[in-house]
Design a protein around this ligand. Structure first.
Ligand SMILES: [Mg+2]
Length: 231
């Protein structure tokens, strides 16, 4: 294997979206007195949000809905699960959520260790993200990741999301890299793993939830530092 260019997914591969979202939601939940006014605990709210949000992101990835639909629905549908039909409240959550999440900069454990390791081995590093363009650079800057990466490809800019092959094409062109000398590392089985495979790109699956332990013939890690076994 003659890998040179390494492409990382951003959300939940390096930037800890789950943790940062939880911290942001805790603040909004308190600010709008949701527990007092609606008798919902934060844990129940957060669990419901997580399910709604993951489901909507899967639909965005599968091109069933667009970004606007997600932004209208992720909090509205979450509140509906508790029989609260309040579009205005849900939109307050949405706007403040996007604005305030970037105040949190938690990264996935092992992020800086593995990036330093790969940098020291002179691999050019890149990002391909399905996240929203308006927050991508603020996340990368806020988490002090900017200097590690040569290029950043944001799905919003390209107009398609992973696993669509066009975004891999765009990112590799931007990086001046060929498929044969490139590898992707990401946590989404469909967007990252299958997307890269179908495009003809080598891939390491970051199996955060240990869902693919049975698959012995793929490159798979459960912690970022295990990337050292492959690169
Ligand atoms: Mg991800």
């Amino acid at each position: 294997m003659n890998i040179r260019h390494i492409f990382f997914d951003l959300d939940n591969t390096l930037w800890d979206h789950r943790k940062n979202a939880r911290l942001t939601l805790e603040i909004l939940f308190k600010r709008y007195k949701v527990e007092e006014l609606h008798q919902i605990t934060f844990e129940d709210f957060h669990t419901a949000y997580d399910i709604v949000n993951e489901d909507l992101w899967a639909k965005i990835r599968d091109e069933e809905i667009d970004k606007e639909y997600l932004q209208k629905h992720r909090f509205y549908d979450t509140f509906l699960k508790f029989n609260i039909d309040d579009f205005e409240l849900s939109q307050k959550f949405e706007h403040h959520f996007l604005d305030e999440i970037i105040a949190f900069n938690e990264v996935v454990p092992g992020t800086f260790e593995i990036l330093d390791y790969l940098k020291a081995k002179n691999y050019p590093l890149h990002i391909i993200t399905n996240g929203f363009h308006e927050v991508t650079h603020r996340k990368i800057d806020g988490a002090k990741l900017t200097n590690y990466f040569e290029t950043v490809t944001s799905a919003d800019e390209v107009g398609v999301r992973k696993p669509n092959p066009k975004i891999f094409d765009y990112a590799l062109n931007l990086a001046n890299a060929t498929k044969e000398e490139s590898i992707l590392i990401g946590d989404d089985w469909i967007a990252d793993f299958q997307g890269a495979k179908n495009y003809g790109l080598d891939v390491i699956f970051f199996d955060v939830f240990k869902e693919k332990q049975d698959l012995k013939d793929i490159k798979r890690i459960e912690n970022l530092i295990e990337i050292e076994d492959y690169l």
